[in-house]
Write a protein that binds this ligand. Sequence first.
Ligand SMILES: Nc1ncnc2c1ncn2[C@@H]1O[C@H](COP(=O)(O)OP(=O)(O)OP(=O)(O)O)[C@@H](O)[C@H]1O
Ligand SMILES: [Mg+2]
Length: 318
Amino acid sequence: MLSNTLCVILCVGLTPTVQRTQHFASLTLGEVNRASETVTTASGKAVNVARVLDTLGALVCLVQPLGGDSGRYVHKNLPFSQEIVWAEDDAPTRTCCTLLESSPVIGGGVTELVEEASALSEADRERLVACVRGKLSLALTTALALSGSLPPGTAPDFYARLCAASPTPVMLDAQKEPLRLALVERPYLVKPNRQEAIVALHLPADTSALACAQALCEAGAQNALVSEGKAGAILLTAENSAWRILPPKIVARNPIGSGDALMAGVLFSHFVQQATLLESVRFGTACAAANCLTLTSGMVDPETINQLLSQVVLESVQ
Ligand SMILES: Nc1ncnc2c1ncn2[C@@H]1O[C@H](COP(=O)(O)OP(=O)(O)OP(=O)(O)O)[C@@H](O)[C@H]1O
Ligand SMILES: [Mg+2]
């Protein structure tokens, strides 16, 4: 088994955020709503993946652009290795809000208010790509994790180009054209949710998670993991074996970032601990459920993961 010290997971994301998570007894649009609890953290998909990896004990390096006081907050908030491309115009890193209701009256109990990320200049983007390439050339870099949406103005083949340049296996969680275009470069593992896979590949709206995974592999992914919230996920491997992974039955507090925790758990188990992909997805599913039980996204308690692991069910799909 590889020692932890010889293995760095490189996480890359272009749309980090300051995340304000507020809890309300109930929420009514057009009224004054008072939060009972407010937590502010650094977030964004790559931040969440890196933070969960760090919590699990992996060595991580996070490459991302930041700017303004909010960007400096994100940088200071994260306790692990980061390579920051500071925006040349110092445009502030965005702020997103999650509103949690304990007694939802209309609609769901989780409302997300998402601010668009600032555009990244060409010079900043080039500095970021050069930084990623430099990290990829290091022997310690064992896997590349690419997550999240791209800022306005970024070419949709951004992830495809990083996949093509990577000498190490790539795990990709993206949407729309950036996902579709990257598939041609044969990423090791892709992890969209079912809806994201349907949109990226222009599949019929009722396409099953298994059919989505098959379409992702036909389009180039070596392995595909298609998640479906509390219904779990489908794993389709390079050996053409398909599995349904059923998560523990829990009462979710905040499910946002579960896909990121799933990705981090798979990366840790597969690339650091060298477990099989199937066993790694089992571990990732326990991480995802543990994420659901915390107030903020991309935060897990290792003790909770251990308790949930035996409750994850793997079923072979014919
Ligand atoms: N309510 C829940 N109970 C148990 N497990 C859950 C629940 N919601 C999500 N999960 C776990 O998290 C995994 C990922 O969830 P989901 O499909 O919602 O990801 P996602 O849409 O990519 O999320 P995000 O983009 O916010 O990180 C699921 O496969 C499942 O294992
Ligand atoms: Mg996701």
